[in-house]
Structure formats: structure tokens, C-alpha cells
Design a protein around this ligand. Structure first.
Ligand SMILES: NC(=O)c1ccc[n+]([C@@H]2O[C@H](COP(=O)([O-])OP(=O)(O)OC[C@H]3O[C@@H](n4cnc5c(N)ncnc54)[C@H](O)[C@@H]3O)[C@@H](O)[C@H]2O)c1
Ligand SMILES: [Zn+2]
Length: 360
């Protein structure tokens, strides 16, 4: 088990993020230190259940409660079920609740704990790559409303996050790829050794990847951006690289295109848009595309440009009629708040219908 080594990183965030292959003993130590009555909630998936049982035993939990989750159950109705179950189990205002599962679990349990008796301490044991590198870190919690994702929720920092990289062994390749799209995003933001290293890893089978280090590097990027934003510098916006396009693409496809696939397409689109305005070099754009392709993330698809454009205009980042984008200037140098004309966005969306040419 490795604690993200830079102590100030955890200080900035205000809670520990622990990454390694033995979540149990780390959670046990954490729960002992907290000294509170502990309740464990988990995503009722058989692989998650095994981890949750270990966590509950190690933390001497008073109750271990499963909930069938999945994106379709990420709703207020499920939150109510969780709240009722916590009440029935006897959780009081000073309890410690530990959730086990992926991003749906961290968003939903985190939100339930933010409102249960006006807030109880919540720690998350992340069992998917998406939860480890993205969802469980940063304090955004919530559920879906109607057709819209994450429309009800709250900012609520966890008491601690435990990334159980051993759990990745049972995660399917497509679920891993969902997380890898965010890892590539983080590597473009960070650049340098992180990006080079990911390029070196990419041809190798996942079983041989050093996941602890990879998750730690990705968490560092998210942590730095989130912590910087506490100073209201707006730095958190860099994490939206590729995401203005991604959200439009997902929504226009009625979520048939997954978030990870949409992020990969969005990263290509951001690169193309940056190329058009002379901000980014073709060589670096092609490096990004090559990495995405080696990870078998999509670079083109049946994109309905008008529908995507319409869906994008709902996005929060639009101001005074012109869309603002997060664009790469180089690998390791990403700027935000860049205004682009609808015509250039439309041209980029047309390119996404076709596989990349030698020029991206
Ligand atoms: N709050 C944020 O900042 C933030 C950021 C990114 C994503 N999210 C949210 O995260 C969610 C997506 O997260 P996700 O991809 O982890 O989805 P998920 O939690 O639904 O997990 C994906 C699937 O994997 C299963 N699973 C979980 N752990 C497993 C394991 N170790 N082995 C085998 N199967 C396992 C789950 O039961 C589920 O079927 C979305 O709802 C998204 O909105 C939130
Ligand atoms: Zn994302």
C-alpha cells in the first residue's frame, strides 16, 4: 500500500488518498484512528462484495449494507433507500460511513452522507479506475435527474479515499478503458515523464501495468487542479480538457456512446480545434492520437454534428453565445477559457466522423 508520497498534496486536499493493493489494512488503521461507529455500504456486485466484506471486517463495522447500483439507479429514489437503511442500521450523526464501489457508488453514497442528518463523515474505497482517478476525488457528489447526468448533488469532501488497485484485476477491459480516457487526459495536462511513460506502457497487456504508480500519477494531476482551484484561480477547469465535446457527444448519442469513449473523441476534437488556431503542433496532436489508438479508445464515430453542437450549447461553459474550450498548447501545457467560433467547432465535428488522416 502506498500513500501518495507528496504529503503537501494530501494537506492541500484536506484528506488522505491512499493507493495500493491492500486497502483493508489501511482502512482498518483509518477507522481505528477515527474511533467512530462504522457502517459499510457497497455496490452489490459480487466482486465489490468480496472487497466490502474484507473492509467491514477490518473496520469492525456495525453494519454491512448492499445496494444494487449502476448508472440507471443513480437517482434520488436510491438515495432515499440508502438514507432509510442507514437510519434502520442505527447510524448516528457522529458515525463514519465507508462506501465501497465505483464512481456511481462514490457519487451516490457521498451525496447520501452529505445530507444524512445534515452530514456524516464519509470515506470511499474505490474499486474502478474511474472512481480512483476521478469520481472519488474532488468532493463532487450527486445523482441524475430526468435525462440529465449529475443534476442534483452537493460539494462534500470525503474523509478519506482508498484506491484498491487489487480490485482492478476483476474489472473488465471496457471499464478499464473508461478510466484510461481520463488517465490520458491527465497525462496531456501533466506532460513530461507521465505522458512518455504512458506511451511506453500502452503496447503492453494491462495485467503487467504498474497500476499503483499510474493511479498515483493521475490522482496527483486531479488533486493539484482541485487544490489550486481553492484559491479561485480557475485551475480546476483544465480537468475539462476534451469534456465540452465529450458531454455534447454523449448527450447527442443519448448516452449510447460512453463517457470514456466520448472523452477520447473529445481529446481528438480539442487537439483539432487547437491545431486550427495554430496553438498546437501536428506532431504532438499525432502523439496523443497514437496513444489513444494503442489503448483502443475510439478516434472517430457516427457523430451527428448538429445534434452535438445543440447538446454542447447546453453546456455550462458557454458565455455570451460563444463557446469556451480547454485546449492544449502542448503536451503538458493546457489553457482554458479559449473562445472558438461555431464554424470551427462544426468543422472539427465533421472530422470526427472519419478516422484520422496523416494530419490528425
Ligand atoms: N464526481 C465526480 O467528479 C465524477 C467524475 C467522474 C465520473 N463520475 C461518475 O462516476 C460514474 C462512473 O463510474 P464507474 O465507471 O466507476 O461506474 P460504476 O460505479 O457503475 O462501475 C462500473 C461497473 O463496474 C462494476 N464494478 C465496480 N467495481 C468492480 C470491480 N472491482 N470488479 C468488477 N466490477 C466492478 C460495477 O458494479 C458496475 O457494474 C458516473 O456516474 C459518473 O457520473 C463522477
Ligand atoms: Zn470525465
Amino acid at each position: 500500500m502506498r500513500v501518495v508520497s507528496d504529503a503537501s498534496l494530501n494537506d492541500d486536499l484536506g484528506y488522505p488518498v491512499v493507493i495500493g493493493a491492500n486497502a483493508r489494512s489501511e482502512v482498518a488503521a483509518f477507522a481505528r484512528k477515527e474511533g467512530r461507529e462504522t457502517f459499510v455500504l457497497y455496490d452489490a456486485n459480487r466482486f465489490v462484495a468480496a472487497t466490502a466484506r474484507g473492509v467491514a471486517k477490518a473496520a469492525r463495522a456495525k453494519a454491512l449494507i448492499p445496494f444494487p447500483l449502476g448508472e440507471r439507479r443513480k437517482r434520488l429514489a436510491t438515495v432515499e433507500r440508502v438514507l432509510d437503511a442507514m437510519l434502520a442500521a442505527g447510524a448516528e450523526r457522529d458515525a463514519l460511513v465507508i462506501g465501497v464501489g465505483g464512481g456511481v457508488a462514490s457519487d451516490l453514497f457521498g451525496f447520501a452522507c452529505a445530507i444524512y442528518m445534515r452530514g456524516v463523515r464519509y470515506a470511499h474505497v474505490a474499486t474502478t479506475l474511474v472512481a480512483m482517478v476521478d469520481a472519488a476525488i474532488g468532493g463532487k457528489t450527486g445523482v441524475n435527474l430526468g435525462d440529465g447526468k449529475n443534476l442534483a448533488g452537493s460539494f462534500a469532501d470525503p474523509a478519506g479515499v482508498f484506491c484498491d488497485v487489487a480490485a482492478l484485476r476483476t474489472l473488465g477491459q471496457s471499464a478499464l478503458r473508461e478510466g484510461l480516457a481520463e488517465v490520458v487526459k491527465a497525462a496531456i495536462i501533466e506532460g513530461g515523464d507521465f505522458f512518455d511513460w504512458l506511451e511506453e506502457l500502452s503496447p503492453h497487456p494491462f495485467a503487467r501495468w504498474p497500476w499503483t504508480t499510474l493511479v498515483a500519477e493521475s490522482v496527483k494531476v486531479k488533486t493539484m487542479s482541485v487544490a489550486d482551484d481553492r484559491l479561485e484561480s480557475g485551475a480546476r477547469q483544465v480537468l475539462n480538457l476534451g469534456h465540452t465535446f465529450a458531454h455534447g457527444i454523449e448527450r447527442a448519442s443519448r448516452y449510447r456512446i460512453t463517457h470514456g469513449a466520448a472523452v477520447a473523441l473529445g481529446l481528438r476534437a480539442a487537439g483539432l480545434l487547437a491545431l486550427r488556431s495554430g496553438r498546437f503542433s501536428e506532431a504532438e496532436h499525432l502523439r496523443v492520437l497514437t496513444l489513444l489508438a494503442l489503448l483502443r479508445l475510439p478516434l472517430h464515430g457516427p457523430i451527428d454534428g448538429d445534434a452535438v453542437l445543440a447538446a454542447m450549447s447546453h453546456d455550462k461553459k458557454k458565455r455570451a453565445g460563444r463557446q469556451r474550450f480547454v485546449l492544449p498548447r502542448a503536451i503538458g501545457d493546457v489553457e482554458y477559457g479559449v473562445e472558438c467560433s461555431p464554424a470551427s467547432v462544426r468543422a472539427v465535428l465533421r472530422r470526427l466522423q472519419k478516422a484520422p488522416s496523416a494530419r490528425g
